[in-house]
Design a protein. Structure first.
Length: 265
C-alpha cells in the first residue's frame, strides 16, 4: 500500500468514531520504541494499539499467522519472503518502515585489513540476514561467494576464504552481545544504541548501503487483512508523525548515515 494512500486514509478516518484496536508485534530497540510513540498518538486519535515485544525473529510471524497479532513490524521483505516460503503462512507487507544499515563491527581490530588469519566472525543464523552479512563480508574483501548469490548466500556458498576465517552463527538479536567474544560481528547499529553504545554504533569497520528497499522493515499482516482500516490508520500515523521520526533518529544515535525513511518522497 502506498504512503499516499495511507495518508489519505488517515485524513479520511480522522473524524471517525473510536476503533477497536490493533495488536502489533515488535522486537526491542528502535522498532519497539518508535512503535510505542505511534501507539500513544493513535490512542489520542481513537485507536487503541497494544504493543507486544518478542526477543526472537520467529515467534512474531507465528503469532500473526495464528491470529494472536493483527500486525507485526520487525522484518524486511527478504526475511518475509523466506518465512512465507518455509512456513506457508499467508502474510503480506502493507507498508514501508525504517531501512536500517548493517555493519561489520570489532572491538579488537581497527580495520578489516587487520583481521588475523583464523579470526572468528559472528553472523546472523537466519538464512536471509546471514546472506546479507556474507554479502557485506565479500564487499569488504574478506571472502568470495559463488557468482550471483548476493544476499541469498549461505556459508556453503563461500568459494574463497583466504584468511581462513571461522564463522559462528548466532541468533540475530543476540549479535550485539557476541561482539566481545569474536574478532568481527555482523551488527545492527540500533541494537548497539539500545545497549547504551551509541558511539560504537557509528564505528563499524564497514557498512552496507541503504538503497535496497528489500531490506526496509515492513508492516506485515495476514493476507486477508490487507485492507483493514485500523491497520491503515496506524501505519499512516507512524509514517506521518514527527515524534516517531524524532524517536527513530534518537535510536540511531542521531546519525542519519545509519538509516533512511524510504516512505518519504
Amino acid at each position: 500500500m502506498s504512503s499516499t494512500l495511507l495518508v489519505a486514509l488517515l485524513l479520511a478516518l480522522g473524524a471517525a468514531p473510536a476503533l477497536a484496536g490493533v495488536r502489533v508485534g515488535v522486537t526491542p530497540g528502535a522498532l519497539a520504541d518508535s512503535i510505542q510513540v505511534a501507539a500513544a498518538e493513535a490512542k489520542a486519535k481513537g485507536l487503541d494499539v497494544q504493543v507486544v515485544e518478542f526477543s526472537d525473529w520467529t515467534t512474531p510471524n507465528v503469532a500473526l499467522a495464528n491470529g494472536d497479532l493483527d500486525l507485526n513490524y520487525f522484518q524486511h521483505q527478504a526475511f518475509l519472503d523466506n518465512a512465507v516460503k518455509e512456513t506457508g503462512f499467508k502474510l503480506q507487507s502493507v507498508g514501508l518502515g525504517i531501512l536500517p544499515n548493517i555493519g561489520l563491527y570489532s572491538e579488537r581490530h581497527p580495520s578489516v585489513g587487520s583481521l588475523p588469519e583464523g579470526a572468528k566472525v559472528a553472523l546472523a543464523n537466519d538464512p536471509v540476514n546471514q546472506g546479507r552479512g556474507l554479502a557485506l563480508a565479500e564487499a569488504a574483501g574478506l571472502i568470495r561467494l559463488k557468482a550471483g548469490v548476493g544476499a541469498k548466500a549461505t556459508l556453503d556458498d563461500i568459494v574463497a576464504n583466504p584468511r581462513k576465517l571461522t564463522f559462528v552463527e548466532i541468533e540475530g538479536p543476540q549479535l550485539v552481545r557476541a561482539i566481545s567474544d569474536v574478532d568481527l560481528a555482523q551488527g545492527y547499529p540500533a541494537h548497539y544504541v539500545n545497549a547504551g553504545r551509541g558511539d560504537f554504533a557509528g564505528k563499524a569497520l564497514v557498512y552496507s548501503g541503504v538503497g535496497d528497499l528489500r531490506f526496509a522493515i515492513r508492516f506485515v499482516v495476514r493476507s486477508d487483512h490487507t485492507d483493514d482500516p485500523e491497520i491503515a490508520k496506524f501505519v499512516a500515523i507512524y509514517q506521518t508523525s514527527p515524534a516517531v521520526r524524532a524517536r527513530i533518529d534518537a535510536a540511531y544515535a542521531n546519525n542519519p548515515a545509519l538509516y533512511s525513511l524510504p516512505w518519504l518522497p
